[in-house]
Design a protein around this ligand. Structure first.
Ligand code: SF4
Length: 368
C-alpha cells in the first residue's frame, strides 16, 4: 500500500537581514555579519528538514534575501522538496545584484525575482533611505533577465515625500520600459517606531487626496499597458500573478520559517516571534489558534479582483453567502465601490481605497 503524497504547500522563508534599514521600514530585519548569516542558514535548513514540506511555491522574503548571497540561497534550496513547476521567488535588493550569480540561482530553481524600485526618481529613493539608484535597478533587471529569469517584479511606493503625479508617471514608465510582467504598488504608511515616525512633522508627505489620486493613476496606467490589477496592490500580465502570494489571499496552506514568519497549516495559524536568537536556539513557533473561518476567508479573498461568488464560498463552507452579504455588496456597488456582476462581488479601484471599512462591513455578515 502506498501513502498518498500530501498536497503541496507554499513555503515562506524570512531572511531577517538588511545592510541598512530604510527610514520607513518596520519589517523584522537587521544588519548581520557573515557568521550570523551562516548560523541562520543552518537553523533554517534544520527547520526545513524537520518539516520536510513538498512545495509548489517558495518565497524568500525579508529583510533582504539577496544579502545571503548565491551560495547560501542555493544551499537552502537544496533542502526543499519541490514540485516540477515550483515557483521560487527571491526578493532582491538591486544593490546586491552585481554580487549575485543569477545563472547559478536559476540552475538551483529560482525562477522569479522581486526587486524594490519604490521610485525611479533618485531624490525620492534617497528620501526613503534606499541605497541604490534607478540605474542600478535597471542593470539588476537586465542581469536577471540575461540569466534566463524573466518572471520579474518591481515594487513601487505611493505617497513618498516629494512625490508628484509627474514623478509617479515617470516611475511607472520606468517599469513599463523595462517590460517587467509584474508590479506591486504599496501606499507608504508611517509606522510607529520607525525613523519616519520621528521625522513625521518635517516630511513633505503628499496629502491623502493626492495619494488616492496616485493610486488610481497607477491602476489606470498599468492596466492600459496590460498589467491587470489582480489584487489591491498587485498588477501582472496574465499568467504572471504571484502564485505564492495568491495562496495567502485564497486562504490556502503555507508554512513560514524564520523569525516573524507566519503559517497557516492544517487549519491552524502559528508564527515565529520577531526574535532571531530564539530561532537560532530552535525555539518552536507560537500557536495562534484556528484560521480560515468564513470571515477570514472573505477578508482575504475580497482583496482579489477575481472577487467572491456563492460557489467559491460554498466550496469551502458548504453554504452560499448570506443575503445580508449581497445586500451590502449591492449598496457598495451603487456607490461605485464594488461591482456585482453575474453573482460575483469585487472591489473597484475606488473601493480598494476604502477596502478596510468595506471588507469590515462585509465580513460581519458571515461572522460566526
Ligand atoms: S530593504 Fe526592505 S526590509 Fe530592508 S530595511 Fe529596506 S524596506 Fe525594510
Amino acid at each position: 500500500m502506498t501513502t498518498a503524497e500530501p498536497r503541496p504547500i507554499g513555503l515562506y522563508l524570512h531572511v531577517p537581514f538588511c545592510k541598512v534599514k530604510c527610514l520607513y521600514c518596520d519589517f523584522y530585519s537587521m544588519p548581520a555579519g557573515e557568521e550570523t548569516k551562516d548560523a541562520y542558514v543552518q537553523a533554517l535548513c534544520r527547520s526545513i528538514d524537520a518539516a520536510d514540506p513538498l512545495c509548489d511555491t517558495v518565497y524568500f522574503g525579508g529583510g533582504t534575501p539577496s544579502q545571503l548571497g548565491t551560495a547560501r540561497l542555493t544551499a537552502i534550496l537544496a533542502h526543499i522538496r519541490r514540485t516540477a513547476d515550483c515557483e521560487v521567488t527571491v526578493e532582491c535588493n538591486p544593490g546586491d545584484a552585481a554580487a549575485l550569480d543569477f545563472r547559478a540561482l536559476a540552475d538551483a530553481g529560482v525562477n522569479r525575482i522581486s526587486m524594490g524600485l519604490q521610485s525611479a526618481d533618485d531624490a525620492e529613493r534617497r528620501a526613503l533611505g534606499r541605497r541604490s539608484d534607478a540605474a542600478t535597478v535597471r542593470r539588476a533587471v537586465e542581469q536577471a533577465r540575461t540569466a534566463g529569469i524573466t518572471n520579474l517584479s518591481l515594487d513601487l511606493m505611493l505617497g513618498i515625500p516629494g512625490q508628484t503625479a509627474d514623478s509617479l508617471a515617470r516611475s511607472i514608465d520606468f517599469c513599463l520600459a523595462l517590460e517587467v510582467p509584474h508590479v506591486s504598488a504599496y501606499l507608504l504608511k508611517v509606522e510607529d517606531g520607525t525613523p519616519f515616525a520621528a521625522m513625521r512633522a518635517e516630511l513633505a508627505l503628499p496629502d491623502e487626496d493626492a495619494v488616492c489620486d496616485f493610486y488610481l493613476q497607477t491602476v489606470d496606467a498599468l492596466g492600459a499597458a496590460g498589467l491587470r490589477q489582480y489584487e489591491i496592490s498587485n498588477f501582472a500580465r496574465p499568467g504572471f500573478e504571484s502564485r505564492h502570494n495568491l495562496k495567502y489571499w485564497r486562504c490556502e496552506a503555507y508554512l513560514g520559517l524564520g523569525p516573524a514568519a507566519h503559517s497557516f497549516l492544517d487549519g491552524k495559524r502559528f508564527f515565529y516571534p520577531r526574535d532571531l536568537q530564539a530561532f537560532l536556539d530552535g525555539q518552536p513557533p507560537v500557536q495562534d489558534g484556528a484560521g480560515g473561518d468564513p470571515a477570514e476567508w472573505l477578508m482575504l479573498r475580497l482583496r482579489l479582483m477575481e472577487g467572491v461568488t456563492d460557489a467559491a464560498f460554498a466550496a469551502r463552507f458548504d453554504r452560499p453567502l448570506p443575503a445580508a452579504f449581497w445586500n451590502s455588496a449591492e449598496r457598495f456597488a451603487r456607490q461605485g465601490l464594488m461591482t456585482v456582476t453575474n453573482g460575483c462581488a469585487a472591489l473597484t479601484p475606488a473601493g480598494c481605497l476604502l477596502s478596510n471599512p468595506i471588507i469590515g462591513t462585509l465580513t460581519e455578515t458571515v461572522a460566526e
